[in-house]
Each structure stands twice: as structure tokens, then as C-alpha cells.
Design a protein around this ligand. Structure first.
Ligand SMILES: Nc1nc2c(ncn2[C@@H]2O[C@H](COP(=O)(O)OP(=O)(O)OP(=O)(O)O)[C@@H](O)[C@H]2O)c(=O)[nH]1
Length: 223
């Protein structure tokens, strides 16, 4: 029952199962509109005052490109400080991040900048710079552009520097853009998970090749 073939099949099915589980985290300043963006995506509606004094984990079954995915989205409560856990143990949880700021609040943008940096630093430590983690920088409250404190170009440059996607949205006024950005991020996460799984397989066979090479290589030398 423990033949290599059956072990491989188990590993493959485990990979497939985990590749259908997509875990996202929403991060950003208090009041930037994280919950509003998420609720818009999940319900198509804008809920102006959303009582959120706790961390929330939302689950949704979603079908993309013919694949059934189990989407989990973590929406931390800004006050609880628990969002830091996700940043400190990124391997353990989120596969992709949505970093939200409010275009009419410069402080929230500076905070978003910090969050992007922290995500990338945590990933570099944990994955030895393996591959870019999917991050979407989102400038919310575009409907408040008369009170704009962050110009679009500045945010786009930040995204570009950090290889993030970027989009300005209004959770209050628009559904389609928010829907599109979630789908794009989920696709990026799917690619990222596949890349990581392929790499694991490849490095597995590479280390086997190395082992064989070491054994036979040494023998050849001693002859
Ligand atoms: N004008 C406008 N207001 C918005 C928009 N999105 C959210 N808001 C308002 O901004 C406030 C904060 O929104 P939330 O979704 O609770 O923000 P949050 O980032 O989840 O905040 P915390 O849960 O405290 O971290 C609420 O009063 C929302 O109604 C938007 O696109 N436009």
C-alpha cells in the first residue's frame, strides 16, 4: 500500500485539494473600507455602516475557469491587532492580499505602503524570495475624489515598484470593478499556488538527482 505510485497519487490529490482553497486577507487602516469592499464583492451591495468589532472570516464557493474554489477571506478588525499575526506567519495563512486605503486620507495610503513592505519582507524571510506574493493595492472611496489626498499616479507607482496590481474603486458606488479585481487576484493566487507546487515537485526530483549524483560521483572519484 506504500508503493511509490500510491504515495505519488496521494501527494497529487493533496496538492489539487489545497490548490482549490484560496485564502485572501484584507488589510488596511481603520475606516479605509475593507469591510465595505468585501461585502460589495460577496453580496453585490453596499452596506454603509457595517458593525465590525471583531475579526471575520468569510467563506464562499466560487467557480472560476471551470474550477470550483473554496474562497476564504479574512477581514481583520483594525483595533484587534490580530492582523499582525497574518503578517508574521504568512506561510500559515493568506495566499494573496488586498491592501486597502482611502484616497481621501493620506495617512491610510502611508499605512498601506507600510503594509505592502511588511508583507514582502515576511515573505522574503519565509520563502527566501521564492516568488512575488500576489498583492492588490486598492484605493477606495473614489467617489470622494473632490477630497482626494492621494493622486492615482503616486499609488500606481507604488504598486509598480512592488509588483502589485492596482485599482481605484468606490465600494459605495460600483460593484463591477470590485468583482473584477477579486477575480484577477484569485487567478494570480491560482497561478502562484501552481507555480509553488510545480517547484516543490521539481526541487524534489532535483534533490533525488543530486543524491544519486553524490553517490555515483564519489565512487567514480575513488576509482
Ligand atoms: N464615500 C464612501 N464611503 C465609504 C466607501 N467605502 C466605505 N465607506 C465608509 O467608510 C466607513 C468605514 O468603512 P468600513 O468598511 O467599516 O472600513 P474598514 O476598513 O472595514 O474599517 P475597520 O473595520 O474599522 O477596520 C463606513 O462609514 C463606510 O460607509 C466608499 O467607497 N465611499
Amino acid at each position: 500500500s506504500c508503493s511509490p505510485a500510491s504515495r505519488d497519487r496521494t501527494a497529487d490529490s493533496l496538492d489539487t485539494a489545497s490548490m482549490n482553497d484560496i485564502k485572501l486577507a484584507l488589510l488596511g487602516s481603520e475606516g479605509a473600507g475593507k469591510s465595505a469592499v468585501l461585502v460589495r464583492f460577496l453580496t453585490k451591495r453596499f452596506i454603509g455602516e457595517y458593525a465590525s468589532n471583531a475579526n471575520s472570516l468569510y467563506r464562499k464557493r466560487i467557480s472560476i475557469d471551470g474550477r470550483q474554489l473554496n474562497l476564504e477571506v479574512f477581514d481583520p478588525c483594525s483595533q484587534s491587532g490580530e492582523s499582525r499575526c497574518i503578517l508574521e506567519e504568512p506561510q500559515e495563512w493568506a495566499d494573496g492580499f488586498i491592501v486597502v486605503y482611502n484616497i481621501s486620507d493620506r495617512t491610510s495610503f502611508l499605512n498601506a505602503k507600510n503594509i505592502v513592505r511588511q508583507i514582502k519582507e515576511a515573505r522574503i524571510e519565509n520563502c527566501k524570495g521564492e516568488v512575488e506574493v500576489p498583492i492588490y493595492l486598492v484605493g477606495n472611496k473614489q467617489d470622494l475624489c473632490h477630497a482626494r489626498q492621494v493622486c492615482e499616479d503616486e499609488a500606481r507607482s507604488l504598486a509598480l515598484e512592488n509588483k502589485c496590481c492596482f485599482q481605484e474603486v468606490s465600494a459605495a458606488e460600483n460593484y463591477q470593478e470590485i468583482f473584477n479585481l477579486f477575480i484577477k487576484l484569485i487567478r494570480n493566487v491560482m497561478d502562484h499556488l501552481k507555480y509553488r507546487a510545480d517547484r516543490r515537485r521539481y526541487s524534489g526530483s532535483k534533490s533525488m538527482a543530486k543524491l544519486i549524483n553524490n553517490v555515483f560521483g564519489k565512487r567514480r572519484k575513488s576509482v
